[in-house]
Design a protein around this ligand. Structure first.
Ligand code: GAP
Length: 487
């Protein structure tokens, strides 16, 4: 295993050991590519969601939120193109019966080429793969696999079936009697809940173009190749925003959101060199331009967010299928004609980020195994999560040095003062050093210790997670210091 793969495995173990992420229904041996979030994981996830929601809605006067249902009328997915187009090319190995997504199979092979120094050959193969996928040339893709003698990791053979498309939507039945029940889908993206509500929102919130509608919520995809922990899941959460604009302005708004979204990532203090843009060669059926914001995970640079110029595709399709007008009347005067812009179906720029993937990004960024040199020259170590304070699950831990002499009462009073404002944690068990380490492991940025001096001069020791420095501060300063770091 490479150092990076080891690091990835260490992150996965840590996430479980410290109550961030558990395999779903683990007591029944789990469900593949489905995960549950534990006490600290659910806090972290909620904080990331809130951080996104605030930046999208509260800080942008022209973006409002909605919370649409997961179940939607089945025609939605016909209109959006998902029934016909939401599929991936797959190939099966006849010997192992294992199914692969074609791009993943080829990419896996090119990774192994790169590891043996054959970078140029790997790039050639990837370039050819992109162009074949763009043309839906399945025969060409199969030939590429055969020519390079790409084998199945399980059977070790190259006994491949033809390449076929598999739809990724989950379906279920709505209605009580099976003969009356209709097939409906679990939404594969939250975006369509926004499109079908475009007019409701525009009219009731009196929005003027350009404006956006934001939403967070669950999405479901029957991913065939489900691995890499919470990177690719079958049930996951998206944070999406559709920005409605005048036709013809899509290039400038695409550039705007491309930069704005990267700035959001950097605002969390994550270094810019860990990010890159990846322009799509093969565009989704709805897009006239698209890119991914990629982050360098321990498993390599991978997509965390997509920026898509979706044209008027979705609204036009919903107008066609529902026979309801999806137009907007733009009263603003067009300088070219001297007349109002009038009625049109707006164009859309979409920003779409996976909440679980952002969670994994934060863990990947934050996880650190540090070797510490003590004053006497001996070595110690700690595992610490350098989670940005604004999204840390716990902001402040409060420790009485001992369980007696009135120290717990003072510590409890600090808890009472702070807990209405941010998440705090109280602990009186074990030595202080051990308590610090436990908080480091869940990413708590501040710990305060109440000791006997506190009783005399109302000061405490505050200990900073990242530097491990300790300072004496007045009790009344604690709340302010923490609030300053998270606002
Ligand atoms: N509405 C557009 C859309 O859904 P996408 O590129 O398919 O676009 C957007 O998905 C984001 O959702 C991705 O960048 C990724 O972060 C997240 N995502 C997609 N599929 C996922 C999966 N199977 N597991 C976890 N996150 C996923």
């Amino acid at each position: 295993m490479s150092i990076q793969e080891n690091r990835f495995q260490a992150i996965i173990s840590h996430a479980k050991e410290y109550g961030f992420v558990f395999q779903s229904s683990e007591i029944y041996d789990g469900l593949s590519a489905v995960y549950d979030y534990g006490p600290f994981g659910s806090e972290l996830k909620k904080n990331i969601r809130d951080y996104w929601w605030k930046s999208m809605t509260q800080l942008n006067g022209n973006i409002v939120g909605i919370d649409a249902a997961i179940f939607m009328h089945p025609t939605t997915w016909k209109a959006s193109g998902h029934v016909d187009n939401f599929s991936d090319p797959m190939i099966d190995n006849r010997d192992s019966q294992k199914r692969y997504r074609v791009d993943h199979l080829i990419e896996g092979y090119t990774e192994s080429l790169k590891e043996t120094g054959q970078e140029a050959k790997a790039e050639d193969i990837l370039g050819l793969m992109d162009s074949l996928i763009a043309k839906d040339d399945f025969a060409g893709l199969k030939k590429l696999i055969e020519d390079n003698k790409i084998i199945c990791a399980v059977s070790g053979t190259a006994n491949w079936t033809d390449i076929r498309q598999f739809n990724l939507m989950f379906s279920t039945q709505i209605g009580s009697l099976s003969e009356e029940a209709d097939t409906i889908y679990l939404r594969p993206e939250t975006a369509q809940g926004i499109f079908v509500n475009f007019l409701n929102v525009q009219k009731t919130a009196r929005m003027k173009i350009p404006f956006g509608i934001a939403q967070t919520g669950k999405a479901f995809r029957n991913e065939i190749v489900a691995r890499q922990f919470i990177f690719r899941m079958r049930e996951f959460e998206q944070m999406e925003m559709q920005f409605f604009i005048r036709p013809g302005t899509q290039k400038e708004w695409y550039e705007y959101w491309k930069e704005a979204r990267l700035k959001w990532h950097l605002s969390l203090g994550i270094p810019a060199e860990k990010y890159r843009y990846h322009n799509h060669v093969k565009l989704a059926h709805y897009a006239d331009a698209a890119l991914d914001i990629e982050y360098e995970f321990p498993i390599g640079f991978k997509e965390v967010e997509g920026i898509h110029s979706r044209t008027d595709f979705d609204l036009s399709q919903h107008q066609l299928y529902s026979k309801k007008k999806m137009q907007y009347f733009d009263a603003e005067i067009d300088e070219k004609t001297g007349k109002p812009f009038g009625n049109y179906i707006p164009y859309v720029i979409e920003t779409s980020i996976g909440l679980d993937r952002m969670f994994l990004l934060i863990l990947s960024h934050a996880y650190d195994e540090e070797i510490l040199i003590k004053d006497d020259g001996s070595k110690d170590s700690r595992v610490v999560l350098h989670i940005p304070p604004v999204i840390a699950p716990i902001k402040l831990a409060v420790f009485p040095l001992t369980k007696k002499d009135g120290l717990p009462e003072v510590a409890r009073a600090i808890m009472d003062e702070c807990k209405p404002h941010f998440r705090c944690f109280y602990e009186e068990k074990d030595a202080i050093g051990k308590r610090y380490r436990r908080q480091d492991a869940i990413g708590t940025p501040f710990c305060v210790t109440v000791d006997h001096q506190t009783l005399e001069d109302q000061t405490v020791t505050i200990r900073f997670r990242d530097t491990m420095l300790q300072e004496r501060i007045p009790v009344k300063e604690i709340k302010k210091i923490v609030l300053n770091s998270i606002c």
